[in-house]
Design a protein around this ligand. Structure first.
Ligand SMILES: Cc1cc2nc3c(=O)[nH]c(=O)nc-3n(C[C@H](O)[C@H](O)[C@H](O)COP(=O)(O)OP(=O)(O)OC[C@H]3O[C@@H](n4cnc5c(N)ncnc54)[C@H](O)[C@@H]3O)c2cc1C
Length: 407
């Protein structure tokens, strides 16, 4: 196949890659986004679009159209700990246009964003294009090698941005050093049906009998997430499905016979939770952002939003130089410096929450909510603070890149 050239080559069409592609193309930079899958339709992989992301969509003039897409609003996050019902976060007081989390399947969000990006002639999304390696010359990354349905192809670029997620091949190929923060939990995701009189509101964490089951109300069904000990899935499978179903009923009794809907382990997807970050996000010619630079825990549901903020920061720093055809190597460290603080701050919070979650596993019988929880949820400002950190993030980014197509 013929070799291709693009000013910027983005590896991976997840939230980070599609947003970066959109912003660069909008700023007049020729950009090729390579996605190994045929489309965006995958298993459940996080559906939370936070107010910080919606504010960015507003800055881009896309919020109105985004809100036309089917979504659900989550205004509060709470739970039931051993029979004690509490509310931990309340987003309604955030001073933004959309003081709630919008639950929207990730593929819908990516289809929406890529449809907006396609309007720009500089944007190209190539699906079924799997990057298999980097092209390097004279100590600099010069492009990527791609496996396509029609054969292997080489794409040369002034800059390659790795947005290929937490199993990033690009960062491995580039030999970038990774710091793993260690996690004591994994999550099992599955679906359960809903009943009209279910007492579940939006997102609820249910804790009892040494277990935690998160129920996310998706209107037609519950997306359920059972927190388990790290590496504990195999042992759970060996104990059998009856035992698994019984433990669901134990922690959320009103599920009743709906636990029997899990008839096969194939219905249960293991999320191996990781929290890690690159010590160096770049090499000459290559930058990593999103999960490729820092895998986040599902705690707080912030992975998508951090990936988007990374993309905005990267575009802000790099778009002008890329458009002018300048070498961007000296700018790549600026992206890392800008984004390291929010990543570290959020990861530290997640690690602290994990420690608390790991103590749940010590229990076997009925549990009582700790006094500290009862005090904390009544402290003025706590719900607002948590809502602020989760909803708006730390060190918010704003779009600084121009729309060169606007007359
Ligand atoms: C089960 C699950 C639940 C989650 N829940 C939430 C949640 O509720 N809220 C939240 O904010 N986050 C959640 N996350 C995390 C969130 O999905 C990620 O943080 C976010 O998607 C990261 O975006 P990204 O663009 O950096 O990477 P990804 O979304 O991982 O995108 C990477 C893309 O690169 C593609 N790719 C990979 N390798 C190659 C290659 N070699 N060539 C070409 N393409 C390639 C992949 O197919 C993928 O499309 C969850 C994750 C999982 C797995």
């Amino acid at each position: 196949m013929e070799d291709l050239r693009s000013t910027c080559c983005v590896v991976g069409g997840g939230p980070a890659g599609v947003m970066l592609g959109y912003l660069l193309a909008r700023a007049g930079v020729s950009v090729t986004v390579l996605e190994k899958h045929k489309d965006f339709f995958r298993d459940f992989r996080g559906d939370t679009v936070h107010p910080s992301t919606m504010q960015l969509l507003k800055e881009l003039g896309l919020l109105g159209d985004f809100l036309q897409q089917p979504h659900q609003k989550v205004e509060t996050v709470g739970g039931v700990y051993g029979g004690y019902a509490f509310r931990l976060g309340d987003l309604r007081k955030l001073r933004v246009d959309t003081p709630y989390i919008a639950l929207m399947p990730q593929w819908d969000f990516l289809n929406f964003l890529s449809s907006k990006a396609r309007v720009f002639p500089e944007f190209s999304l190539r699906t079924e294009h799997e990057v298999t390696g980097l092209i390097e010359r004279d100590g600099r990354v010069r492009g990527v090698v791609v496996r396509t349905p029609s054969g292997e192809q080489r794409i040369e670029a002034d800059l390659v941005v790795a947005c290929d997620g937490r199993h990033s091949l690009m960062r491995k190929d580039a030999g970038l050093p990774l710091k793993d923060l260690g996690v004591p939990i994994d999550v099992l995701w599955f679906r359960l049906s809903k009943k009209e009189n279910d007492p579940v509101k939006a997102v609820m964490a249910n804790i009892n009998y040494g277990k935690m089951l998160i129920l996310i109300d998706r209107q037609e069904y519950f997306q359920a997430g059972l927190i388990i000990r790290k590496g504990g899935f195999q042992a759970l499978q060996q104990q059998g499905l009856d035992n698994f179903r019984a433990s669901l009923r134990q922690v959320v009794p009103h599920l009743g016979d709906r636990a029997d809907e899990i008839r096969d382990w194939d219905q249960v997807k293991l999320l191996t939770v990781q929290v890690n970050r690159l010590l160096k996000w770049w090499r000459p010619g290559l930058l990593c952002i999103g999960d490729a630079a820092h895998a986040m825990s599902p705690v707080g549901g912030v992975g998508i939003n951090l990936a988007i903020q990374d993309a905005v920061a990267a575009a802000n720093v790099l778009a002008g130089a890329l458009r002018a055809g300048q070498n961007t190597d000296a700018l790549l460290g600026r992206v890392q410096r800008r984004r390291t603080f929010p990543v570290r701050a959020i990861q530290r919070m997640q690690v602290t929450v994990h420690r608390g979650l790991a103590t749940i596993f010590r229990h076997t019988g009925p549990m009582r909510a700790p006094r500290l929880l009862k005090v904390v949820v009544h402290l003025p400002g706590v719900k607002r603070l948590l809502a602020r950190v989760v909803g708006m993030g730390v060190r918010r980014e704003h779009v600084r890149t121009p729309d060169v197509h606007r007359a």
